[in-house]
Design a protein around this ligand. Structure first.
Ligand SMILES: Nc1ncnc2c1ncn2[C@@H]1O[C@H](COP(=O)(O)OP(=O)(O)OP(=O)(O)O)[C@@H](O)[C@H]1O
Ligand SMILES: [Mg+2]
Length: 277
């Protein structure tokens, strides 16, 4: 790996004094009067791949939504790239894949339209997509192996294919900070491996990736750090918890860093995070 393009501004690189991509300080979140998270503090350095683990209902999605200001904090604070959330404006740097397809609602939209919608945040005013933007949509569709479905309605796709559309939408905007909420859920093994390769490439380019995962699967070798949520707080923060003898388990499948290159990966285009600043 020689020259890689990175979208991470020089001041954010993991050197002394660099702002973390995400800083959560003593945060609490309540729905109605029920407290779901409390006393949560966490820093995600720029360039890190962080897995957020925990059982159903432990607050993983809530934590990601709180990091993005999509649910209010009842106390505490969140900063993105060194800026308090309420003053943060660089939403073009943020790619978010929610847990389930909510985009579009009942409005018919083609796969290509949904993927292109991820770029809207980057545009200052409405204008026709530039050639570069159209190319980015095409590359993102290739990366999730849906280029041949670009003109189909998203409502005709399976749940796993819709999930891949949302991943492509995040990629198309070429952010440098990703929040992926269970991107593997309902996605077949080949697409999981393709996503693992895409995350590897984004990471090599300096992107920050916060991944909510039910089980690490093919992404396991990429994850340097994981947190586990339970009882409203972080109960583990460090190396991913790894059951002994996991690799011997029947049905075990993930991409090892030392594995032979998958011939299919050669056909996947590089998704480049644009250089900023
Ligand atoms: N909009 C909401 N209104 C009320 N309660 C909510 C809402 N969203 C989540 N909750 C509750 O907050 C808790 C945490 O939910 P959350 O979706 O963050 O969990 P999770 O760890 O992402 O679960 P899963 O693994 O099922 O995705 C749950 O008890 C859930 O019922
Ligand atoms: Mg969730």
């Amino acid at each position: 790996m020689s020259t890689v393009t990175t979208g991470v501004p020089a001041q954010d690189r993991t050197s002394a004094g660099a702002a973390p991509a995400v800083r959560v300080a003593d945060a609490a979140v309540a729905y109605d009067s029920t407290t779901v998270l409390s006393g949560v503090s966490l820093e995600v350095p720029a360039g890190e791949i962080l897995a957020v683990l925990g059982s159903n209902g432990s607050g993983k999605s809530t934590l990601v939504r709180a990091m993005l200001g999509l649910v209010p904090l009842s106390s505490g604070s969140v900063e993105l790239h060194g800026t308090p959330l309420r003053r943060f404006r660089e939403w073009g740097r943020i790619g978010y894949v929610p847990q389930r397809l909510s985009a579009g609602g009942g409005v018919p939209a083609t796969v290509r339209e949904v993927v292109a919608s991820g770029q809207v945040v980057r545009r200052r005013r409405l204008h026709r997509a530039t050639a570069a933007e159209r190319a980015a949509v095409g590359e993102a569709l290739e990366a999730v192996d849906l280029a041949d479905r670009a003109r189909d309605s998203v409502h005709e796709l399976s749940g796993g294919q819709q999930q891949r559309v949302l991943i492509a939408r995040a990629l198309a905007a070429r952010p440098d900070t990703f929040f992926l909420d269970e991107p593997m859920a309902g996605v077949d093994a080949a697409s999981q491996r393709a996503l693992a390769r895409t995350v590897t490439r984004l990471s090599a380019q300096g992107a920050t990736v916060v991944l909510v995962l039910h089980e690490p699967g093919p992404l396991e070798p990429l994850i340097g750090r994981s947190i586990v949520l339970s009882g409203g707080g972080i109960v583990h923060d460090g190396a991913p918890p790894r059951p002994e003898g996991d690799c011997a388990r029947p049905g075990h499948e993930h991409v090892h860093p030392h594995a032979d290159p998958d011939p299919a990966s050669a056909a996947l285009p590089d998704i480049e995070v644009p250089r900023r600043g």
